[in-house]
Design a protein around this ligand. Sequence first.
Ligand code: AMP
Ligand code: MG
Length: 408
Amino acid sequence: MSDEIPAPLLELDDAHRQMAEIVHPVSGVVTVNLADALGHVMAETVIAPYALPPFDNTGVDGFAFHHSDCENGRLKLVGQSLAGEPLMATLPPGCAVHIATGAVLPSGADTVAMQEYARLEGNDVFIDPIPPQGANIRRAGFDIRQGETAITTAHRLRPQDIALLGALGLTSVKVVRPLRIGVLATGTELQEVGARLENGQIIDTNSLMLKQLLFGWPIDVTMLGILPDDRAATDAMLLKAAADCDLLISTGGVSVGRRDYIRDAVQALGKVHFWKLALRPGRPVMFGEIGGCLILGLPGNPVSVLVTFYLVGMPLLQALWGMTPSLPPAFKVPLAETVRKEKHLRSFPRARLEFRHSTWQAVPFHDQSSNLFTSLVRSDGMLDLPTGLTEITAGTQVSFRPFSSGHF
Ligand code: AMP
Ligand code: MG
């Protein structure tokens, strides 16, 4: 492996810093029905209008009573409090009511005995053992207090977030308007999915994969198709996309090949913020803009596209949504095999997780060439190996970042 450094390469962390400085979060807020808000990014902070739970209740099926009246464990059954059908009266001393999970704790009661520790004989309830005072009670506001922040702005809504907002009585939320993103493939060799291929042609799989990677996010995706390697056509396409999109993501044509025109065209029509990162795979990544439209030029090989989408594309989207750019989460796993890497590059070899010798280990794919679909398909994620190292020996704990369909 050669360790030649042809030009200074930008570190990934510096690229994130630059993006955070350059990118302004999109303005524009829309209101969506709560039930349709999945994946959207909050444009407001929601304060709890009331507490959750809204009333004191119990977490078990059993008997509610007042602890100080229950010295000998014998109580008189006087009624019931069921979910949605609370007991309206105050519990008299020495008495108990049947209570169901989620039912309102009657006034006068302060403890609930589980059904399993109670015996009913006629109207007499015998409790053994007597639980401590306050047992099995879920206090009003214990989950969230009235006036407490429930969900903050710039948070991407997951199913559980929507459930919380619904519990708080909301029916709609203000979210960031969908981003307009154009996806463009460059390469004279490319054909649409399903085409009959002639000599030297291949299918444009990058557009297809990017469309999947963007799925589930608040994005209006425009598929711009395939651009041949032609400078005039490239300029025309970039100008047209820049007029319609917040962000254009292109693949291919961004390296140093004779017919790689993306970088030169962006430079001529707008501005290149950075080009070439200290990464493997994905070194040629370019970030620029034309007339207010951001341009992310990803490399052409499919492995590089997936990896750089996670490493640069996702953080860029986060910045556009007003979030802090971040990488997919990492956890440490021991390496199953020794790996070698270039010293000056931060490297992200694809690997699968395997349970070996009673522990999970990361097994790097045997060939890390960036054209191999199988290296992605047979892997669970990527290792994150720092610059400065050339060899990481088997058994070393390394960072592993799982592939996911969006990292929050
Ligand atoms: P490039 O950087 O344009 O030279 O592309 C690098 C490699 O990725 C070449 O082998 C291309 O054929 C391949 N490639 C480029 N674009 C795509 C695409 N959209 N789908 C699949 N492979 C591509
Ligand atoms: Mg090309």
